[in-house]
Design a protein around this ligand. Structure first.
Ligand code: 5AD
Ligand code: SF4
Length: 430
């Protein structure tokens, strides 16, 4: 039997798709590249913005044509488009055989006539890595209920995996050639508060650090209020943990943050950035920003632009506010910023950020940086070249065929806001 999985959305969705694939592999199924070669097609969907949902709906429209292949062919929809109630989805998409909430794979197993593989998140089912880098979810769900966000309604409350569970997954990956592991959580510093021993992310990092084979660890995504000096100390002290932080600020204005119900103000955000830079002056800090949130004035937006200049982020993921039915903002606040204004603000942030990342990357010219080679990507004229990432997660192109999984020192010779290029200087021993 053959399956095809189509995935959009965040890193957690990618990890969920890999977990489902691992489960289907265990049953002896084979993955295929095209839906029309498959006996089971799964769409792993995202609902963070309307645009993401529309992509999945478009894809579903295309799949409907395959329905004629008979009852043996199954279509499943999983991920953040699926909430606790599926009646409306069933009515809109009657040709779909199974709807599965994020990480709740049982309905898909049922549709293909199998029992569930057991336990929440299938702790005994390990992903077969297809790269030297891998994602490992450590805390599922989100308890924060930011006013604009659909995630807590779709992924449920925060639940941490035990250290032993995470450790055995990382050991499995290390034994199969994985060199870099990114630990995932919607608010990753929430890790452990619901476990009996109450370990924190720092404790987990210290324990995983001992494992052989893995050269680097990262973690995503940080929630400013949950980031503690203890966690920052662990990152600073552990050589394998990259000095890389993705800390969404969402807005640079206190009144907007309050309307968003983010639970912190800019003073607290600045404090956390200072704590990190005090311990790790070269740390890469990236952020997420929403422009055009309900009632956002020109002056409030200007505060966001000012913060981008002040903090000098290595990268900014910026999005225009998209109202999500069921969220607090959808119910209580008017989506009153015109679309043109949202787009103008989005472009203003992107332009400011391109100048800043160009400047930050430019400072690396002439320096030797540690790169983990991830794979081969021939240059524009077909000449052999490889690519990898720095500890700060910046993409680096290197001429020649380096071996995936090697850590090399690269002397940086070219820099743009989006990537770096250079020549291998020497192998780095780790
Ligand atoms: N509209 C626009 N962007 C959103 N995000 C979350 N919800 C929305 C929404 N309703 C953004 C936030 C978050 C990132 C994953 O997506 O910036 O950090
Ligand atoms: Fe959404 Fe806020 Fe939770 Fe992030 S912290 S997933 S933005 S509710």
């Amino acid at each position: 039997m053959r399956y095809h999985i189509w995935t959009v959305g965040c890193q957690m969705n990618q990890a969920d798709s890999q977990k489902l694939a691992a489960g289907l592999d265990r049953l002896g199924w084979a993955e295929v590249g095209e839906p029309d070669e498959a006996d089971l097609v799964v769409l792993n969907t995202c609902a963070i913005r309307d645009h993401a949902e529309q992509r999945a709906i478009g894809k579903l429209g295309a799949l409907k044509k395959l329905r004629g292949r008979g009852a043996g062919f199954k279509i499943a929809v999983m991920g953040c488009m699926v909430g606790p109630k599926t009646e409306e989805l069933e009515r809109r998409f009657p040709f779909v055989d199974a709807f599965a909430r994020p990480q709740q794979f049982a309905p898909i197993m049922e549709a293909i006539g199998h029992d569930d593989l057991g336990g929440e998140f299938w702790p005994e089912t390990f992903t077969a890595p297809d790269s030297v880098t891998a994602y490992v979810p450590i805390v599922h769900g989100c308890d924060k209920f930011c006013a604009y966000c659909i995630v807590p309604y779709r992924r449920g409350r925060e639940r941490s995996r035990t250290i032993a569970d995470v450790r055995s997954e990382v050991e499995h990956l290390a034994a199969r050639g994985v060199r870099e592991v990114t630990l995932l959580g919607q608010t990753v510093e929430a890790y452990g508060h619901d476990l009996a021993e109450q370990p924190d992310l720092g404790d987990l990092l210290r324990e995983l650090h001992e494992l052989d084979g893995i050269a680097r660890f990262r973690f995503l995504t940080s929630y400013p209020k949950d980031m503690t000096p203890r966690i920052i100390d662990a990152v600073a002290e552990l050589p394998k943990v990259c000095e890389y932080f993705n800390i969404p600020v969402q807005s640079g204005d206190d009144a907007v943050l309050e309307r968003m119900r983010r639970g912190y103000d800019i003073a607290l955000y600045r404090e956390k950035v200072a704590l990190i830079r005090d311990r790790m002056p070269d740390a890469a800090i990236t952020t997420d920003i929403i422009v055009g949130f309900c009632g956002e004035t020109d002056a409030e937006f200007q505060h966001t632009l000012d913060l981008v200049e002040e903090v000098q982020f290595d990268k900014v993921h910026v999005a225009a506010y998209s109202p999500r039915p069921g969220t607090i903002a959808y119910r209580k606040l008017a989506d009153d910023v015109p679309q043109e204004t949202k787009l103008a603000r989005l472009h203003a942030i992107e332009q400011a950020e391109a100048v800043i990342s160009g400047r930050i990357n430019g400072r690396l010219l002439g320096k030797d940086v540690e790169v983990l080679v991830e794979g081969l990507k021939p240059g524009p004229d077909g000449e052999p070249a490889s690519f990898g990432r720095t500890r700060g997660n910046k993409l680096v192109h290197v001429p020649g065929e380096a071996h995936a999984g090697d850590l090399v020192a690269v002397r940086i010779e070219r820099a743009s806001p989006w990537s770096l290029g250079g020549t291998p200087a020497a192998a780095v021993a780790v």
